[in-house]
Design a protein around this ligand. Structure first.
Ligand code: SF4
Length: 321
């Protein structure tokens, strides 16, 4: 089983409650099951007896994790609680026990076919949540669906690889040697897998125009917790904005499920709850300018918290506030 590579995590997390305050879902459901300790206890049950995988509540809990990795990032020993969830999902899929909604969504994601349009030496990947064409008007654009990252986080590794192969071929056919994406999840996958092509997150590519004023950055899970990158904050400071700290601490994830890639499609009510927490923590909702690097986070907040003023990093760099 894939989860057996994470026995150290199971053993460490199942009796530890140190990072419970950083579990985004635990902070809105108040359930112990929605913390790294609760999930590690479930995985321990799977490890001890595979028959426990037939418990649909356990399976659902593993899939409901938003995978923010805030707990791993701030764990003093960096135990890979997010990696344990991904391994567990692969085991669940191989056992044929993924929830029906997950299987249905996976079937849809498998259909991705990519096309390249426009002209330019740089290729911009427009992910399914993006609506930000302006920042990339001089680029070729590749679109057509998720790159395989969503299937990967759902545990469908072989299908993720098949979709990624098609994406990779379309990138090769474009003749571009640089690919830029706004979506931090796609960036996380492509920078490790797209050989021979320079992959940049938009925060590393867009020069932007000078601005001023106070903004609140909702740190991306994939940029911060998975890649230890500060490029989004660096960009805002370089452009002249004053960064105000959001929420009660700088460790918590305020992305509404960005790292789970398609969280709103599977768990809209939970995504809504995560948005409600962001509204609760905003100093002055409706007035504060919240900036996110993630098209997913912007789209979900726009849907569930329309009273907030949320801007994509790319958008603020091109248009200002
Ligand atoms: S990730 Fe670290 S702090 Fe969190 S439960 Fe596991 S061992 Fe404890």
């Amino acid at each position: 089983m894939y989860m057996e590579k994470y026995l150290d995590v199971i053993n460490a997390c199942r009796f530890c409650f140190m990072c419970r305050h950083l579990s985004p879902l635990g902070n809105v459901t108040f359930k112990e099951a929605d913390t790294p300790r609760g999930r590690a206890l479930i995985m321990d049950r799977f490890r001890l007896d595979r028959a426990n995988m037939n418990n649909s509540d356990y399976i659902q809990t593993i899939y409901e994790s938003p995978l923010s990795a805030a707990c791993r990032f701030h764990c003093v020993s960096h135990y890979d609680e997010a990696g344990l969830m991904l391994a567990g999902r692969k085991d669940i899929v191989e056992a044929g026990l993924a929830p029906e909604a997950v299987k249905t969504l996976a079937e849809e994601l498998k259909q991705a076919q990519f096309k390249v349009e426009g002209a330019g030496k740089v290729l911009y990947y427009r992910d399914p949540y993006s609506d930000n064409a302006d920042a990339f008007s001089g680029c070729k654009v590749i679109s057509g669906g998720d790159t395989g990252k969503a299937l990967e986080v759902l545990g469908f590794s072989a299908d993720a690889e098949a979709v990624f192969k098609r994406f990779k071929q379309a990138v090769a056919d474009s003749g571009c040697d640089t690919l830029v994406c706004s979506c931090p999840a796609s960036y996380d996958m492509l920078k490790n897998k797209l050989d021979g092509v320079k992959v940049l997150h938009s925060s590393e590519y867009i020069e932007g125009r000078k601005g001023s004023g106070q903004v609140y950055l909702l740190e991306s899970d994939y940029l911060k917790n998975y890649n230890n990158m500060t490029s989004a904050a660096d960009m805002l400071i370089r452009l002249g904005y004053e960064l105000k700290p959001f929420g009660t601490n700088r460790e918590e994830s305020y992305t509404a499920g960005e790292a789970a890639v398609v969280y709103d499609k599977l768990y809209p009510r939970l995504a809504e709850k995560l948005c409600e927490r962001i509204v609760e923590l905003a100093d002055d909702p409706g007035k504060d300018i919240l900036v996110t690097a993630s098209p997913y986070t912007k789209a979900v907040l726009k849907k569930y918290a329309p009273q907030l003023k949320v801007m994509l990093l790319d958008e603020i760099a091109v248009k200002g506030v």
